[in-house]
Design a protein around this ligand. Structure first.
Ligand code: NAP
Length: 481
């Protein structure tokens, strides 16, 4: 059962569950029904959270590592014991199906447990000062220290685990953190705060401040006491935040329109299975989602036919039903945007192989071919259940086409040729190349992030910890050696 006593109606302000007169409706995108409300935080609320976080940082940075480990593990235990509640919240407020939501809740437990493990591995190293003449009498080392107050701004599509990817490493490394979750999906982030509250995290180390980015975002982003903005979201918001942030660290996990290459020696069945799932997971609202598939022409017909058949068998419907494969978009507005982009491509000469119909916030899984290069859908991030198929004559052509877009998060290649796999891994301009899998593969402990418009910096717990800490050099000048 969803516990609305703490989650919903209140936000988590420096260890306190507080209500506000002004509220934001949280609605189920499937039927627009009201789930609950959350406070619409003001600038004063955000300033209070920042002030408290400054005090929280002093506590967090001095907290022994064994205590951080215990709290992270207790929060993980709390979620694990209530996995179905967490999954239900994700599925209700967002657009994932219950099966997808269970996977996310399970991964969140992993993210917190890995954070607990990484807390003990935040190390430095000794420095050979005597490499420089005149420094023979110096001895020393560097260690990594937490940077202070971190502002985390998160998107709607993984409303629990992507928040955990910021909160887990921040607590593991002795920082304080303020989360501003997506306005449409604040409940999962509040449920994460509930787990840390239950785990005994000292108040003021964590706040989850609910409110519109347009109302409270600037206060968080521009405040000089906030030493880092860890943002996951779209390119437009990411650019706006990076322009305003000033002198602070930035971690930018942005969007993509990920390519996958399927060569003629690939296992076509495996390629179809992985790419259909990769394209339509979370109704395509997935930063790693497969958007462009480049298929060697010898297998183009076979691959496309099988891909379309499998797509047409996808069951779209009620998110909470066990047999549903795909739910709605996060809003009708988003579904209308996708409909418009598909119509633009079709009127420019693209061919519709299946899908293409909208019903409220639902948009059918859709496969397009022959999409002209200058269409919006061929260049921008679709962030919806639409995939484009292209025939190519060679691996070189596929790599060139894969690289010609502005984004570069992850890519996939299906081949049994070692040389080709290696060439793709070297030449694809992305943060990760999956061999014999789609772009949509990630574990929580691997470095994760993009190049070009897909972002700056890396997440994946130890890598996020690296971004959230700085090296401090300690050098002893000795009289005699
Ligand atoms: P979004 O519209 O960019 O919003 C993300 C977050 O930023 C929300 O909390 C939003 O608040 C806030 N925000 C928006 N404008 C802001 C501003 N000017 N100042 C401060 N905060 C601001 O993204 P979304 O639609 O939620 O998520 C989809 C995007 O996230 C896609 O592009 C997807 O690829 C990307 N994403 C990337 C990764 C990755 O790891 N690379 C993972 C998941 C998603 P409001 O909700 O109040 O507007």
């Amino acid at each position: 059962m969803i516990n609305m006593e703490t989650v919903g109606m209140s936000m988590f302000l420096a260890g306190q569950w507080v209500k506000r007169h002004e509220v934001i409706d949280v609605r189920n995108p499937q039927d627009h029904s009201l789930i609950t409300t959350v406070p619409s935080a003001t600038e004063e609320d955000m300033l209070y959270a920042i002030d408290q976080a400054k005090a929280g940082f002093k506590i967090a940075s001095k907290m022994p590592v064994h205590e951080r480990i215990a709290i992270l593990n207790k929060a993980a235990d709390y979620i694990e014991a209530r996995l179905e509640d967490y999954a239900t919240i994700i599925a209700k407020e967002g657009s994932k199906t219950i099966r997808e939501a269970r996977k996310e809740a399970g991964r969140c437990v992993q993210t917190l447990r890995i954070s607990a493990e990484e807390a003990r591995r935040i190390t430095g190293e000794t420095i050979s000062f005597d490499q420089s003449p005149g420094s023979e009498n110096r001895q020393g080392y560097y260690y990594r220290f937490p940077i202070g107050v971190i502002g985390a701004i998160t998107p709607f599509n993984d409303p629990l685990n992507l928040v955990a990817h910021k909160v887990g490493p921040a607590i593991a490394s002795g920082n304080a953190i303020i989360v501003k979750p997506a306005t449409v999906t604040p409940l999962s982030a509040l449920k994460l705060a509930e787990a840390f509250d239950a785990a005994g995290l000292p108040p003021s180390i964590l706040s989850v401040v609910t409110g519109h980015g347009s109302a409270i975002g600037d206060t968080l982003v521009t405040h000089p006491s906030v030493r880092m903005i860890s943002f996951t979201g779209g390119l437009e918001a990411g650019l706006s935040i990076s322009r305003k942030a000033g002198l602070k660290k930035l971690s930018m996990e942005l969007g993509a329109n990920s390519p996958v290459i399927v060569l003629k020696d690939a296992n076509v069945n495996e390629a179809v299975e992985a790419n259909v799932s990769g394209a339509f997971w979370a109704a395509g609202q997935n930063c790693l989602g497969v958007q462009r598939i480049y298929i060697e022409k010898e297998i183009y017909e076979e691959f496309s036919n099988r891909f379309v058949t499998k797509t047409m068998n996808y069951r779209v419907g009620d998110k909470l039903a066990e047999d549903t494969d795909m739910g709605p978009l996060i809003s009708e507005k988003e579904a209308i945007r996708i409909e418009t982009w598909v119509k633009e491509a079709l009127s420019a000469g693209a061919k519709l192989r299946c899908g293409g119909k909208r019903d409220g916030a639902y948009y059918e899984p859709t496969v397009l071919t022959d999409v002209p290069d200058d269409c919006t859908i061929a260049n921008e991030e679709i962030f919806g259940p639409v995939v484009l198929l292209y025939p190519v004559s060679s691996l070189d052509e596929a790599i060139e086409k894969a690289n010609e877009k502005n984004f570069g998060l992850q890519a996939g290649i299906f081949t049994n040729n070692l040389q080709h796999a290696f060439q793709a891994s070297q030449e694809l301009d992305v943060g990760g190349v999956m061999i014999n899998d789609s772009s949509d593969y990630r574990i929580d402990g691997m470095p994760f992030g993009g190049v070009k418009a897909s972002g700056l910096g890396r997440e994946g717990i130890q890598f996020a910890i690296h971004e959230m800490t700085d090296p401090k050099v300690v050098c002893f000048k000795l009289n005699k050696m």
